[in-house]
Design a protein around this ligand. Sequence first.
Ligand SMILES: [Zn+2]
Length: 286
Amino acid sequence: MPELPEVESVRRSLVRARLSAEIRSVWRSEHALRTGTHWQDERLGLLRGATPLRWQRRGKHLLWRLRDREGDELGLLVHLGMTGRLEVAHRGEPRATHTHVELRLGDDRRLRFVDARRFGGVRARPWATLLAEPPLHELGPEPLDRSFDGAHLQAAAGASQRALRDVLLDQRVVAGVGNIYAVEALFVARLHPLLPAARLRPEAWARLAAAVREVIAQGLANGGTTLRDYVDAEGNAGRNQGALWVYGRAGEPCRVCGTPLRRFELGGRGGVLCPHDQAKPRGRAR
Ligand SMILES: [Zn+2]
C-alpha cells in the first residue's frame, strides 16, 4: 500500500503535469470504490466547471485543490488504497482496464483514477468540509514537520501498552507511515517491533522519531518503494526497494551484523526484524 513517500512522489509527478484547464465533465464507471460511510458519497459532480489550483498531500492522502465557478474552494481527496494510481492521458487514448474515474479537462487532457482492486477512494467536497471530515480531521503531524519528535511520540503513545509497530501505524500519532516504513524505522532505531510503548524511555522515543524521519526522507529521495503495483502519474516505479534494511528481506542477512533476518507476526500484518540488533529486552525499560 502506498505510504507517504509513494503518495508524495505521485503528487510531485502531478505537479509536473501542470493540469490547469477547467474540468468540463466527469465520467464514472459503475463500480463502487472503497466501502465506508465517508467514501460512498463521492459528489464528483461538484468538480464540473472547477479550475485546478494545486496538488497537496496529507499523510497518505492526495488533495487536489480547485476553485469552482462561484469562486469557492473545493477539494478532491484521493486515497490510492492498495493498487490505485492516477494517470494523465490525452483525449482519445484508450482507458486502461479498471479505470473508475475520468475527469475531462478543457485542454483535452484527462485525469484518470485506475484501481484494479478498488480499495482506493475518491471524494469531492467544499475545501473546508474536506479538512473537517474523517480521515483528515484527526491526522497526526507529518513526520518531516518540526512538531514531530520524540517528545510528541511519547506524549501521544507513551502510556500505551500497544506494540511499537502499531503505534507507528496509528495515523493519529503520525500521518503517512505504513508497514514498510514502520518496520524500517524500528530497525534503524534498534527497537523490537513488539515492544510495548510504555516501556520506552525518552531517549528511545527520540531515536525512534529520528529513525522515522530518516527512512521517510530516504524513501522520498528514492521516489518511493515499489514492491508490486506502485507507480507515479508518469508511470515511473520507485527505487527505494533496493535500499530497504529489513522489509521484505526475511531469511536474508542483516545489512549491519549478518544475522539472518526473521519475520514477526502482529495482528495479521507481519514484518521483518534482525534478532540481534532488535533483541527484545526482558524486564528493564530501554
Ligand atoms: Zn543485524
